[in-house]
Design a protein around this ligand. Structure first.
Ligand SMILES: Cc1ncc(COP(=O)(O)O)c(C=O)c1O
Length: 469
């Protein structure tokens, strides 16, 4: 009997079709670039895709304050599971003096409003959480600044009690933040509409080099009495990328409701990741709770920001000395990224012909620029722009011939790098919206002039429209 069973077992073929219908997923827009970069044998290659700090030699950096904290905790601390809610010391340090209390019972639309120029993962997160999304106007591609009037229109027109995702500072990908006055206006309008502000603060310190200044938006909302949500990350400002350390805070009205909200958050965390990794939490809490390490951290962070700022100036100067285009936005924008205005096709050309890697929306991670590659980078961008400029001049000449007249000086429009062709993540903003032209002021487009074009009907965009583009 047993022998027969073994014979049958051996002769039965197994079904191997489990994964037959599984096709390859599209590569991640940022990590896919790193994979391509690593596979490129060119000695000139530059990775401007990933938002991770590099020193002037292009090397990753471990901050001295982190090394010191690691030495302090070495061997002495425990490696047990953290509570589901994470390290209490870390939480306390992150939200010093915050008041826990009642979370607002949100009865408005279950929709999250995000900036129209966005960090891909935000949309993936809301999508996976089953939260419908809408976008509010943010970046104005013509003036390469904030489209404040359109942003305010969207805030005013959103249904009362809407949830808005706001970048506390150093907006990714545009490097464009509202000014202090604009934050105040936004906060006021949020009060009028009873909207809920959820802040993503992944770059505190990376915008201005000053932790307090970079938290000004949050302070304004707190002073105005809002209940807020805030997600902090220490990936960038402490260089703890792979340690996955951050902090989620929800400001509530009283203690009872804080307890309720916290327990609900723990309920969500338990099946997702059980409890957070301990080592990064130990590093951060050690640095934040030790005055010497904290001031060393602040100094080192300022050093990173200053190097990036110098590279912005160097890239702009290098580009401007090669051609006539205006590259002012490189130094106007802040934080880790420069929203260059390069089109997806131009980015492709940079990669193909010059081994320069960046996301197809033209976002340059300034952390990857250094004194050794800035000249090569500027020259490559210039070459790519030049070929487009020549092509458009040729096109222009042909149309002058067709029109039967000689070219006038006013026909020489030059190449506006701000004229993004539609595609990439900025598809929605590829052209100036009908009915609006912007006049650049310090912090974006403040004035609007009406154009004669017919106003297009507003279209709400779902995350799906953008993904994989
Ligand atoms: C806007 C924004 N939010 C959040 C994060 C989260 O960073 P991490 O998951 O590494 O903590 C990033 C990182 O790139 C970011 O750019």
């Amino acid at each position: 009997m047993l022998r027969r069973y073994y014979l049958i077992r051996r002769n039965l073929s197994t079904w191997n079709g489990w994964w037959e219908k599984v096709g390859p997923a599209p590569s991640d827009p940022t990590f896919g670039i790193t994979d391509a970069f690593l596979g490129d044998p060119s000695p000139n290659k530059i990775n401007l895709g990933v938002g991770a700090y590099r020193d002037d030699q292009g090397k990753p950096v471990v901050l001295q304050c982190v090394r010191d904290a690691a030495a302090k905790i070495s061997g002495s601390e425990f490696m047990e599971y953290l509570p589901i809610g994470g390290s209490l010391t870390l939480v306390e340090e992150c939200v010093k003096a915050s008041i826990w209390g009642e979370i607002r019972c949100h009865t408005g639309e279950k929709v999250c409003w995000s900036p129209s120029s966005f960090w891909h993962s935000h949309h993936s997160i809301w999508r996976e959480a089953g939260v419908p999304q809408r976008t509010f106007h943010y970046y104005h591609p013509e003036c390469k600044g904030l489209d404040f009037p359109a942003l305010m229109d969207d805030v005013k027109n959103a249904p009362n009690r809407s949830v808005f995702l706001l970048h506390a500072c150093a907006h990714n990908p545009t490097g464009v933040d509202p000014s202090e006055e604009q934050w105040k206006e936004i906060s006021y309008q949020f009060k009028v509409r009873n909207h809920f502000p959820f802040f993503d603060m992944a770059y505190q310190g990376f915008a201005s080099g000053n932790l307090d200044r970079d938290a000004q938006a949050i302070r304004i909302f707190l002073e105005d009495g809002h209940l807020i949500g805030c997600a902090q990350s220490f990936a960038k400002n402490m260089g703890l990328y792979g340690q996955r350390v951050g902090c989620l805070s929800v400001l509530c009205k009283d203690e009872n409701q804080a307890i309720a909200v916290k327990s609900q958050l723990q309920q969500i965390a338990r099946p997702m990741y059980s409890n957070p990794p301990v080592y990064g939490a130990l590093l951060v809490s050690t640095i934040l709770s030790n005055p010497d390490l904290k001031s060393l951290w602040v100094k080192e962070m300022k050093g990173m920001v200053d190097r990036i700022t110098r590279m912005r100036t160097a890239l702009r100067e290098n580009l401007e000395k090669r051609g006539s285009l205006n590259w002012e936005h490189i130094t106007n924008q802040i934080g880790m990224f420069c929203y260059s205005g390069l089109t997806p096709e131009q980015v492709d050309q940079l990669t193909r012909n010059f081994h320069i890697y960046m996301t197809r929306d033209g976002r340059i991670s300034m952390a990857g620029v250094n004194t050794h590659n800035v000249d090569y980078l500027a020259n490559s961008i210039h070459e790519v722009m030049k070929s487009k400029e020549e092509a458009s001049e040729e096109e222009g000449k042909e149309s002058w011939l067709r029109a039967g007249r000689r070219p006038r000086e006013s026909d020489r429009t030059g190449l506006s790098i701000s004229r993004r062709s539609a595609s990439g993540v900025d598809g929605d903003e590829a052209e100036l919206r009908p009915g609006r032209t912007g006049t650049v002021q310090q912090n974006g487009c403040m004035k609007r002039e009406k154009t004669k074009t017919k106003k297009k009907k507003k279209r709400w965009i779902s995350a799906h429209d953008f993904m994989g583009s």
